[in-house]
Design a protein around this ligand. Structure first.
Ligand SMILES: [Zn+2]
Length: 112
């Protein structure tokens, strides 16, 4: 008996094998058993496809409203020392005059 990995999408333990795939009965997610052994490291790319890394400097490519405030991060704003994280907003950063906030990689461009 091999124990099957939990669903990577909803963490359900009730996964089962179907051919070479693993299937989750709860969220209907299907994935390959082989891939689940070694999940590929997440690759972060900016709006034009440059690879992003922790510590990079980026500029914002469109005006972004700051949730829950009237502040706007203007297009062209330079953001230093980004930190890449999991999630919908996959950049953690601090912006001068605004403070700590999350950005999306699709709305930034790497500098340099
Ligand atoms: Zn699931």
């Amino acid at each position: 008996m091999t124990s099957l990995p939990a669903c990577p999408q909803c963490q359900s333990p009730y996964t089962y094998e179907e051919g070479s795939l693993l299937v989750c009965p709860e969220c209907t997610h299907e994935w390959s058993a082989d891939d689940s052994q070694e999940p590929a490291a997440k690759v972060y790319r900016d709006a034009v496809g440059n690879l992003l890394q922790d510590g990079d400097t980026v500029t914002v490519i469109k005006d972004l409203k700051v949730k829950g405030s009237s502040l706007v991060v203007k297009v062209g704003t330079k953001v230093k020392n980004i930190r890449l994280v999991e999630g919908d907003h996959d950049i953690d950063c601090k912006i001068e005059g605004i403070g700590a906030m999350g950005l999306k990689t699709e709305f930034v461009k790497k500098v340099g």
